[in-house]
Write a protein that binds this ligand. Structure first.
Ligand SMILES: [Zn+2]
Length: 235
């Protein structure tokens, strides 16, 4: 009994930490301590250690050799790799759903799309970013495939962190694209659903601006400034 209660609280802490990431409230690179988390959630450090271990395994938290833990801060290269994997699996997810659309209850997904519309209409950016991310997790949950669900949750959390780092003025997924994907799934048109998902992911990737040159290193900036000063002095 005690064991299951403890297990449950670990799960709920993990869910709340992931939610903070999905709502983009968790800054990438932020340092987390066992003490601070144990006090925030009012649980033992042993419980927190389990949560940290699990999220570290998923790459969402990073444990450093000195014992400190940081929220992951994916590089542009890592973010690109995450999007490559999403492009591989998410079109397949919607194909699976289209193939069994007759047996799927779409009520929750439809309600979710309405929530997205409402958040967009109300200009509620925080909710919109979380909801548009959760849409992708809703889809994978409908497959019932636990491996895919775990993989997508991890990918989604890391992409949320990358969005915080690299997207300019992100407002969630492009308008109406989710609705078109769901319509194709409901029509059992797997090929269209997969194509729509692929172009949707390409739009997300484009908004992430992963192709932009990274910020120059400070030494390069100083060299540039030195050369500029020298040329100004000559003129
Ligand atoms: Zn989306």
């Amino acid at each position: 009994m005690r064991k299951s209660q403890r297990g449950q609280s670990e799960q709920s802490i993990q869910t709340r930490l992931l939610q903070a990431i999905f709502e983009q409230r968790m800054p990438p690179g932020a340092r987390l301590t066992e003490e601070a988390l144990a006090s925030a959630f009012d649980v033992s450090r042993t419980t927190i250690r389990q949560v940290i271990a699990r999220l570290s395994q998923d790459g969402i938290l990073v444990k450093l050799p000195n014992g400190a833990t940081h929220v992951a801060s994916p590089s542009r290269h890592e973010a690109q790799q995450l999007m490559v994997v999403r492009r591989m699996i998410e079109p397949e997810i919607v194909k699976i759903l289209a193939s069994k659309a007759a047996d799927i209850c779409f009520d929750e997904l439809s309600a979710h799309l309405n929530d997205e519309d409402r958040a967009r209409r109300d200009g509620d950016r925080g909710s919109l970013v979380r909801l548009t991310g959760e849409f992708h997790l809703h889809l994978v949950r409908l497959t019932g495939n636990q491996v895919l669900i775990r993989l997508m949750t991890e990918l989604q959390a890391l992409v949320c962190l990358a969005i915080l780092l690299y997207a300019n003025g992100d407002d969630g997924c492009p308008v109406q694209e989710h609705r078109r994907i769901v319509t194709a799934i409901k029509k059992q048109d797997g090929a269209s659903a997969a194509n729509l998902m692929l172009s949707h992911l390409e739009h997300i990737e484009r908004d992430l601006k992963l192709d932009e040159k990274p910020v120059l290193h400070i030494s390069e900036a100083l060299t540039w400034l030195g050369q500029r000063e020298a040329s100004l002095a000559r003129s």
